[in-house]
Design a protein around this ligand. Sequence first.
Ligand code: PAF
Length: 254
Amino acid sequence: MKIVRTIADASGLVTHDGTVGLVPTMGAFHEGHLALFRAARAENDLVVASLFVNPAQFAANEDLDTYPRDEQRDSKTAEEAGVDLLFAPETGELYPPGFQTWVEVEELGSRLEGERRPGHFRGVATICLKLFNIVRPDRAYFGQKDAQQVAVVKRMVRDLDLEVAIRVVPTVRDADGLALSSRNAYLSPKERELALALPRALATKDAAQARARLNGLDVDYVEVADFEPRVLAAALRVGKTRLIDNVVLDKEAQ
Ligand code: PAF
């Protein structure tokens, strides 16, 4: 696996004589990322992963500074999972001085997570478009865990006529049901016990029942979202950690 840090090296090393799969990531790899790498490996000639903690999708009060970073471990994991090229740029490479062009997916990006994290999806959509332009993948891989991110990226692809197929990989869960997330590392054992209320509530697949089960906890929202597929989505704060999760509601889409 080659590791590259510049846009020129990334786009220069991506060959387009076969199919190219891109897995955009912010690192701190877990089984959820491995599922994305495996899906990309299974259907592409070349697999590219990006490793970039994107400052543009964090608000000032969020965990940009403390977000888990371990490039050495991540690059070993990516290589073992069959990634061919790891694009791990510095912030200034993607946001040089004077940067001022943003992608705003207006309505889809402003509700649920977008309402609680203003600017988040603007940052996500912009970095994804930049990565799509740099790598020019045939397919890009995202986890169903971030259902609204998937909806926003798919909308951007349609609206801007991008030639990339968006592949969505099912949420990977620990044995106790908690959806894998890099932020789970912040949870103490006691907080993790509390966090389990989230998958258990969502497993009811019913907004009212889920709200009842989460009663007394620090819930941001529990809502049915008309993404494709429709999901029951929720966000919960446990201590300083904010967790999101969802279950797919449409039977045929599961
Ligand atoms: O899901 C993530 O890890 C990030 O939002 C993404 C898609 C890599 C963009 O920074």
